[in-house]
Design a protein around this ligand. Structure first.
Ligand code: TQI
Ligand code: CA
Ligand code: ZN
Ligand code: ZN
Length: 164
């Protein structure tokens, strides 16, 4: 079963802006742009949310690849361990999504698949905590998901539709 964060933080507007602030050296910019767009559409396709790419500083969701300590309270830890984190909806850091640049990000099944992790993190950035349903995208265990035939599990659909 899906879980929301304490206090149920959520976005008050349904058109959210996002900006890719810092890219990874493991993939091309076009690949990252495409993967992020697909991961966002996982959530927008079952809600009234819309995502607009922007280059402005004030984006709701700022996405970056970071090494080690990077200015928030949660430094990355090198290969393995923490892969990424995202902040629940709020002003400022809220919605921001950081990926550990020390991971081997891939488009396929080796290393860590960027689509899989991005779709999970964006669930957090929209207000979903971890689910207790093992088949859910928001279940806290990495499991490769192929974006070509990915269908958002029912539990995650219920969770996000309870918010938007
Ligand atoms: N990062 C944790 C995660 O995103 C960080 C975290 C723990 C977290 N609790 C949180 C973030 C609550 C927001 C709210 O779950 S991780 C997976 C998994 C991680 C783990 O690097 O451990 C994925 C990142 F476990 F589901 F595979 C992405 Cl998909
Ligand atoms: Ca790591
Ligand atoms: Zn961070
Ligand atoms: Zn998580």
């Amino acid at each position: 079963n899906y879980r929301l964060f304490p206090g149920t933080p959520k976005w008050r507007h349904h058109t959210l802006t996002y900006r890719i602030v810092k890219y990874t050296s493991h993939l091309s910019r076009a690949e990252v742009d495409h993967v992020v767009e697909m991961a966002l559409s996982v959530w927008s396709s079952v809600t009234s949310l819309n995502f607009q790419k922007t280059f402005s500083r004030e984006a709701d969701i700022r996405i970056s690849f970071e090494l080690g300590a990077h200015g928030d309270a949660y430094p990355f830890d090198g290969p393995r361990g923490t892969l990424a984190h995202a902040f629940a909806p709020a002003e400022g850091l809220g919605g921001d999504t950081h990926f550990d640049e020390d991971e081997s990000w891939t488009m396929g099944t080796s290393g860590f698949n960027l689509f899989t992790v991005a779709a999970h993190e964006l669930g957090h950035a929209l207000g979903l905590a971890h689910s207790r349903e093992p088949s859910a995208l928001m279940y806290p265990t990495y499991k490769y998901r192929n974006p070509k035939d990915f269908k958002l599990p029912t539990d995650d659909v219920r969770g996000i539709q309870s918010l938007y």
